[in-house]
Design a protein. Structure first.
Length: 216
């Protein structure tokens, strides 16, 4: 039975969030192909995971038999999140751009699941797992745009998820999402609509392709 690990980090609920609108399409199409599959969903805005503490960090480098009660409790939460990643057949992440970077809640999840010698290092335990990142943003940071140099979301997540965890990373990028709400961007609304429609189509197509891959 296939498992999809679905992580949303937008602070906005439902259709008010550009990234959630796309992850929902992906999830729906994936479930159509896997009606008996399992979806593990983390809404990090509604239920944030704990930020890394000294105890949860040091516990990752110590013999479990030597853990203090505080280390044991903190590390148990990390292990739970790590096992969800390791057991997933596919991963879906909603990663809107906030102040040129990812939401702090998503960074907290990453800090928990990155464990040297297990999920990171020479033989990452989830290596090769496909991960689709919906990297929405209010403007455009594409190559050739004035703010190209401010693109830290895709660059960072490609390095961490791909280079660090060994995952097979793919991006869907809905951009110009502020155009319908900012009068100064009114002329960009058609470009926003085209980007939104393209992202929704990509989500459906990639979900079905990954569903077929995991079924095989």
């Amino acid at each position: 039975m296939a498992t999809l690990l679905h992580i949303d980090s937008s602070v906005f609920p439902g259709e008010a969030s550009a990234s959630r609108a796309v992850t929902e399409v992906f999830r729906t199409h994936w479930q159509k192909r896997h009606p008996d599959g399992t979806v593990v969903h983390h809404d990090l805005a509604a239920r944030p995971v704990p930020h890394i503490t000294a105890e949860s960090h040091t516990a990752g480098f110590a013999d479990p038999a030597s853990h203090t009660p505080g280390q044991a409790a903190a590390f148990a939460e990390r292990v739970r999140l790590i096992e969800e990643l390791e057991q997933a057949d596919a991963v879906l992440i909603g990663a809107p751009m906030y102040n040129y970077s990812i939401p702090s809640t998503l960074k907290a999840w990453l800090d928990n699941v990155i464990l040297m010698g297990r999920t990171a290092g020479e033989s990452p335990s989830a290596q090769g797992t496909p991960v689709t990142v919906v990297a929405s943003r209010g403007g455009s940071y594409a190559p050739g745009t004035p703010r190209e140099s401010f693109e830290y979301v895709q660059n960072y997540l490609a390095a961490v998820l791909g280079g660090g965890l060994g995952l097979d990373v793919d991006f869907i990028v809905p951009e110009l999402t502020m155009a319908p709400h900012n009068p100064a961007m009114a002329e960009l609304v058609p470009l926003f609509e085209a980007s939104r429609d393209r992202a929704l189509e990509e989500a459906a197509r990639k979900a079905e392709r990954l569903a077929e891959r995991s079924a095989a």
